[in-house]
Structures are given as C-alpha cells and as structure tokens.
Design a protein around this ligand. Sequence first.
Ligand code: NOJ
Length: 547
Amino acid sequence: MAEFNGGGHWHLDAVFYQVYVRGFKDSSRDGNGDLRGLIEKLDYIESLGVSCLWLMPIFPSPLRDDGYDVSDFLEIDPSIGSLADFQQLTEAAHQRDLRVITDLVISHTSDQHHWFQKARQGPDSPFFSYYVWSDSDDRYQEAQVIFSDTEHSNWAWDHQAKRYYWHRFFSHQPDLNYDHLPVQEAILDVMRFWLDLGIDGFRVDAVPYLFEREGTNCENLPETHAFCRRMRRLIDGEYPGRILLAEANQWPDDLVAYFGAGDEFHMAFNFPLMPRLFLALRREDNRPLIDCIETLPAIPADCQWATFLRNHDELTLEMVTDADRDYLTSEYARDPRMMLNVGIRRRLAPLLDHDRRRIELLYSLLLSLPGAPVIYYGDEIGMGDNIYLGDRNGVRTPMQWSDDRNAGFSSADPSRLYKPVLTDPLDNYQTVNVAAQLRSPASLLHWLRHQLRLRSSQPVFSRGEIRFVQVSCRSIVAFTRSHRGTTALLVHNLAATVQPVHLELEAYAGLRPVHFSGNHGFPQIQAAPYFLNLAPYESLWFLLEPA
Ligand code: NOJ
C-alpha cells in the first residue's frame, strides 16, 4: 500500500471522479448508497479512464449538510459502511491503479460532535477552547455570511454555554478555533488516521476560514497559511506521495497563495475559470476565458489546478463581476428556484439545455485546458437535476445505472430512497442511464471515455505549456499545449453558428495539423494565416507534426 501511494507527482496527470457515496450504489437495500456498492462499481469507474476517486464526506454525521457536518472524524457513517469496507475500497481501487481521496472538513464540526457537546459545558470543559465563543454577536463584522439564503449572522447563541459561537456556514456547524493549538494537533491526527488507512490525499474543505482577526474579512489570513504549511509538512515528512487539494473559492491572487512556495497545497480548484467557461460559451466570446487564464498567476512546479464544470454545490458566481453574475443568472437560471445563495443549483446537462454539442464543447475545453479535470458523478451520462428538492439536493439524486427499479441504484422500496430518482420527461432514468449509453456507441458516455483516452495518451494535456493562438473572430478559442517537443493545437467554436476562422500559426509553418482521430488530410501550415471552418460548437484536437 505504502508503495502504491509513494508514486510521486501523480496528481499532475490525474483525472478525478467525484463520488457522492450515498447517491452512487446501494448494496444493502436500505435506500442509501454505500461503500460496498461503490466497490461493485469500480470496474465502471475504471472504464471511464479516470485515475482518482474523490469521495464526498464519509464520516458519521447528522446529515444536515450532507456529511460536511462531521460528528466523528475517525469513523465511517454507519449508513454507508464501516472502516473495514473503507479499507477494502482503497485496496480494490489501488489494485486497479485508481487512487482515492476524501473530503477533510477542517474548518468546522457538526454541533453533534462530542468536542462541541463538551465545549458547551462552559470554560471549565477541556473542549471549550476548541470553538470560538463570544459574549456578544458583533465581532468580526467584516466577515461575509456565506450561506446567505439560510443564515443572517456568523454568530449563533448557545443556550447551554450562554454565549455566542462562531460559524461560517450553517449555524449547526460551529467553527473550530485554530488559535487553540490542541485543535491543530487534533486535525493533524485525523489526517494521520486516514493516511495510515491508505488514503491518497484529501480535498480540504473550506480552507480560507480557519482563523478570525478583527478588522479583516477573516479569510486567507497569514495564520491560515501557516497551518496549511503544517499540513503539508506532515504529508511531505510522513506520507510522501499523498496530496492536498484546496477548496478555496477566492479571487486569483488569494487562491494561488494556497500553493504557497510549493509548500502548501499540491492542488487547488480553479474557481475563477469555472464560471468563465459558461460565460464564454453563452456570450460566444473567447475573452472571458483567455483573460482568466492569462491573468492567473503562475503556480509552483509540481502543483496543479483541479478544473471542473460542475460539482455537488451550486455553480458559484462569487468570483465574477456583478455584471457577469447578472448575465449568467439571467441566462442559466431562468427559474428563481434554480438559484441558491450566490449560485445556480443545476447539473451540467440541464444548464446547457441538454445540447450534446455544448456539453461536448465544455468537456473538450475542460480536458484540454491546463489542470486536472474533475468529473462529477452522473455528468458523464448527462444526468439531469430536480430543482424541486431543497438546498443542493437536486444535483445529488441517485446515480442512474439502468432502467430497472430505482434506476438500478437500489432494490429498496422507492419510498425508502434517500432522495427520489429522476422521472421527469427529459431526465428520467428510463432514458438517461449507464446501461443504455453503454449499448449506444454514439452516447455521451462513450464519447467522453474516448476523449479521456485521447487525453491520457498525450502528456501535453496535463503537463504542456499553454499559448493562445490569435484568431480572426472572437467566437473561436484556439490554443496550443506544448511539452517536450510535442505540440497539440486545440480549436473550439463557442458559437451556435458555423464559423470561418484564420489562425495565426506562422510560428508552426512547415508542420501539419493531424487530427487526433488519425486524419492526415489537413493542409500544411504556411507562413500565413491558417484557415479553418468550424461547425457550431465544434472542437478540433490536432497534433502538429512534421509535414
Ligand atoms: C464546502 C462544501 O463543498 C459544501 O458542500 C459545504 O456545504 C460547505 N463547504 C460547508 O462545509
């Protein structure tokens, strides 16, 4: 096991598959997906061509924030399995060369965690200082309320402690007090516990919010970075080859700071890029995308972005201008029910009106732009959502495996399922499911598997330098990725109409674009603009080879 984890820099070339264990496959017929069900589906996951699973929280929890409200860091939630199941999962995954990371929720606990239950007893409790208490609710006024649709303040009154406690998310999620060193030690021990069990790393939840300081917005403080370096030292010193992936929904400079000088996180989600992919597509304009990538500060060697289109949360619009937010909202959330906090709670396919061409276009950008792609379970088959379920539950419905009972997800009585399967005309599981798409060579599932295979056949995609190519019209985004003498040329049409385009490829004069499908028919590049015609939403992937 240690040997498996030890392979260095695997994260640079990784493709992640994000799994909501409760929603993936139920092996015990209780209506909840579980770890054993996930083990049954490892062949499927392997066949996708991904290399690492990211498991959303698997720890015991009252499930008021789907497991991001942890009540015990050192156990598995009984509804999804046991520690033995977890070990079996990591071993079975490793046998298939798949790595496994899990969420590590470090900024807060559930109010049901025994630390908080004891802390509430008052200052004499050894756990009192594990949390942030105050006699008044007016400190740290500059900190924003993140779950603005539910919470009005970051302080909540605890009637037992007779004090206010600090929370950045739901009021049932008290924030841990990182100024109290035993908290830091306890979290490092939690990491050791899972690393000893063979986990390959962590997606560290809500990183920016670990410390509070008056007169600041209590995000990205130097003290927070100091703790991130402690986590990294633990990895480097005791568990080399494992990785830390930061969830920090921040503007570029603050976000890039989480890579440190290569001594904090190995990876961070590219939050600025994600909404700009949707913006560029809807506006049929390459500028939002190019500006974003060209202005992102460089990241240290051996670090990597995690890029994504959708995940289990709302499509967050915090990292765009007010005008762009209004535009994205009006274009992608036509029904107010689709909004939550500052984001749009929809899956990929419905966001794109189920338009296969646009879905493929965004995937093509995701797979060819710099970063390690993260694919959200179900989005590989274009699963829909249910905006009539509360909070973010509409994008966490059961995985649609087949047209069998409960979409093949569970053989429990339908009314027992943790959430109903999708039955709407467009998204119903009888039509949209893995089994059907496996039978159809033209399905999205087959297309994406093929595209992932192409991507992994060429290290330019994960390691290559990017250079945008000058184009004669803004609805085309073209760039090269180059690595060790190999150059790929990627051309995408963001428009709903056919587009003729001239590409400034003079620097590659004498080479010939060879389409990844093996088609050699494209003319040689000359010392003059190169002409292409692209169909609506078309993507072309070429290697530039000697003529
Ligand atoms: C970020 C997670 O992605 C989200 O699902 C969760 O609600 C918050 N952190 C609070 O833990």
